[in-house]
Design a protein around this ligand. Structure first.
Ligand SMILES: [Zn+2]
Length: 193
């Protein structure tokens, strides 16, 4: 709620700055016209508009830092992560689980149902033995396509996901099982369906 209020306040400030800027520019333009003549009016007007636009751009860039300073941006960082080996909660900056020493963490409990939203294009896909399979190429309703080096791409069902973090999808099957489980393969010719 506080975040929303501050964001609204910042937006209102930006609007006010713009309105003030236009008014100030018009006033400066008129003053310049009175002192230096009509041909300088537009120049004065534009100069003020440019300065105000610069201030607005800077304020926009500073907004993130300002939000950080006020401690309002911390909501974007998960407060706890779950060890994917034993399920214990852990702080986001921990290197290893204090309960079991595991090093795999994710935003949800291990074994929690994984939806297709845990899988993003470009993520690395790792097997249960830690060996990399490839990278996520596309998603379908019940599985996702993994691009493999020197091998045919393979569709991996979402049910084979053991866990996921921001960069990696961890499968519940060992490397040798990938592609030998009756998973769908994209057609060699034409678009995969
Ligand atoms: Zn653990």
């Amino acid at each position: 709620m506080r975040v929303v209020l501050v964001a609204m306040l910042l937006a209102l400030t930006a609007l006010f700055t713009l309105a003030l800027g236009v008014w100030l520019a018009a006033w400066v333009g008129l003053e310049v016209r009175r002192v230096y003549g009509q041909e300088w009016e537009m120049l004065g007007f534009l100069a003020v508009v440019l300065v105000m636009a610069g201030i607005a751009a800077l304020a926009y860039r500073w907004q993130d830092q300002l939000m950080n300073m006020l401690g309002l941006a911390s909501y974007a960082v998960p407060e706890t992560l779950f060890c994917q080996t034993c399920g214990a909660t852990s702080s986001p900056d921990a290197m290893a689980c204090t309960a079991c020493g595991g090093t795999r963490f994710a935003i949800s409990m291990p074994g929690a149902p994984k939806t297709r939203w845990h899988v993003q294009i470009g993520m690395d896909v790792l097997c249960s033995d830690g060996r990399p399979v490839g990278t996520v190429k596309r998603r379908r309703v019940k599985d996702f396509l993994v691009a493999r080096a020197l091998q045919r791409d393979v569709y991996v069902p979402f049910s084979a996901i053991a866990g996921a973090n921001a960069r990696e999808v961890h499968l519940s099957v060992p490397f040798d099982m990938v592609g030998h489980s009756g998973w769908a393969r994209p057609a060699l010719v034409g678009r995969p369906n």
